[in-house]
Write a protein that binds this ligand. Sequence first.
Ligand code: SF4
Length: 160
Amino acid sequence: MYSIRRWVVRHARFFEVTYRLFEPVVVKLAPLWKWMGYQRAEKTVNTLEKFSKELLFDCKMCGQCALSSTGMSCPMNCPKSMRNGPCGGVLQNGNCEVLPDKRCVWVDAWEGSKKMQGGGEIHAVQLPVDHRLQGSSSWLRVARKAAEEAPQHKRGEHDD
Ligand code: SF4
């Protein structure tokens, strides 16, 4: 897993493009998720998300994915769960002070973000982790939010 996640960071641009193509598909399927019921859809989407993201990113299913802002390096792999950059303990060789045989996830995040077109997002401040979302699907949350913010939905609200 560790070598795969480091490989992903080296190819952050490819994964950025892939996600940009994938996200609208999940959003377009919003009527399907609504028809299934979000609770039932959660089971299906969650299984797919967990399988693919654990494999590629060593994902911990925090439920509020930040990968597109962190150079495709999952911040939840930081032993201190730092979401806004590294702690003060990065070793001189760029490794983690808690896990000295592993690269600091934020050093990887910086390198990954330099490869990405939207890499400047690394400067965006991340909200504190909401532990109530642990284990839930970020993909479905993004799809649901986009569907709820769509103009058609808003028009529907005002039609009542
Ligand atoms: S930020 Fe959260 S959802 Fe995204 S890869 Fe890391 S643990 Fe998974």
